[in-house]
Design a protein around this ligand. Structure first.
Ligand code: KG4
Ligand code: ZN
Length: 372
């Protein structure tokens, strides 16, 4: 029995993952091993086809445009992933006609995953459906007997810190995790790889959304987060004293819509304001709240580490401020490498691996409001 378990842990699984919850068409091929005790990942391919240029003129993601682009891109990115054989660009229909015969084999080009994974939510429903539909076609036509896991995008962000983790799990948990993206701002108490509790979340705008909206007010292009960061680097963050909403409240919820409105009023009343100072002061206010609440939770729950993930975790100022505060307390700080914060499919493969080992699955359909 012991031997069987050990052998199982050593088995390496090849995972093919698909992510289309927002405006990135992302596919990845990963090797996973180690089981639930010491999961390890080796990224073989990580492809992200960004639609930023398509949505930029609209100042945000347009769901039906995202859907159209995903449908166009999925077969092309898949083709690149398997490194071969052209797939008919007329979307997934080509796959429907591919039997498990020579054509199907040619299309898979020798790639034989042990697990397929697709994001089922949360996200934009029309966008999610494209990935789900594509994954189902892959399973039906090419990878018939391979299990298909419906992965939770937020679990993907949470587990993205495992992609390059050097610590033992016993050195990580208990932890608190701050997940910050364009759609979510969530603080979790994480007791183990598979057990967590939501401590709080935003009551209105997500912090990424606040960055995007403040950027718009400053006439910066979409997506605003990286633009604010760039402009803020040239400004003085003490120039404007923006509010720190809910920072001292005795709960772990957040609110960013008031901060956003303060930027609007400030720019209206001070049309000649130095924009870099405004960007820096806004960024400082948002980061102060995130850091204060995360550190308070970490103290309360006597953690061994603090986890930061989601698109806004790409913000170097937040990484630095939170990282310094965490290390000062002697805790470990886990944050994904730079290119794995914003949406990608490697994190979906990581979440699917854990789910598969737990024998847990989500229904394979778009679930726009799926929660953690
Ligand atoms: O995780 P993600 O790619 O998509 C969602 O799941 O929402 O996060 C996208 C969000 C956007 O709001 C974007 O402006 C923000 O992450 N973001 C940043 C930075 N890079 C991306 N926000 C602040 N600073 C950054 N460097
Ligand atoms: Zn995301």
């Amino acid at each position: 029995m012991l031997l069987v378990i050990n052998v199982k842990l050593l088995v390496t699984m090849l995972i093919l993952a698909i992510e289309t919850s927002c405006d990135e068409t992302a596919l990845a091929l990963l090797e996973a091993t180690g089981g639930l005790r010491a999961p390890k990942f080796k990224i073989l391919k990580n492809l992200v086809s960004s639609q930023i240029e398509i949505h930029r003129p609209w100042g945000g993601v347009v769901p039906n445009l995202a859907k159209r682009e995903h449908i166009k891109n999925l077969p092309l990115v898949f083709e690149e992933l398997i490194g071969g054989k052209k797939i008919h660009p007329v979307r997934n229909l080509a796959l429907t006609r591919a039997p498990e015969g020579p054509l199907g084999r040619a299309i898979s080009n020798g790639v034989k995953p042990d697990l397929l994974a697709v994001t089922v939510g949360p996200g934009l429903e029309p966008a999610l459906w494209t990935g789900v539909g594509f994954a189902k076609e892959l399973k039906k036509d090419i990878f018939k007997k391979i299990p298909l896991i419906g992965a939770n995008h937020l679990e993907g962000h949470l587990y993205s810190v495992l992609l390059d983790n050097k610590l033992k799990l016993s050195e990580i948990f208990p932890a608190v995790a701050l997940i910050v993206s364009g759609g979510h701002t969530i603080l979790l108490r994480v007791d183990s790889l598979v057990k967590w509790k939501k401590l709080g979340e935003t009551r209105d705008d997500a912090v990424g959304e606040a960055f995007d909206k403040a950027a718009k007010m400053l006439n910066l292009p979409y997506p605003g987060g990286p633009e604010i960061q760039k402009l803020a680097a040239k400004g003085n963050f003490e120039a404007v004293n923006f509010p720190r909403p809910m920072m001292r409240d005795k709960n772990y919820d957040f609110s960013f819509s008031g901060l956003k409105t303060s930027v609007l009023y400030y720019l209206r009343d001070n049309p000649k304001a130095n924009r870099a100072d405004v960007a820096a002061s806004f960024q400082k206010a948002a980061v102060d709240v995130l850091v204060a609440k995360t550190i308070r939770a970490a103290n309360e729950f006597k953690v061994k580490s603090v986890i930061l993930s989601g698109g806004v975790a790409a913000n170097t100022f937040l990484r630095e401020m939170l990282g310094n505060a965490v290390r000062k307390n002697g805790w470990n700080f886990l944050v994904p490498p730079m290119n794995f914060n914003t949406d990608n499919a490697t994190m979906i493969a990581a979440a699917a691996y854990i789910q598969h080992l737990r024998k847990k699955n989500h229904a394979i359909r778009a679930q726009a409001n799926l929660n953690l």
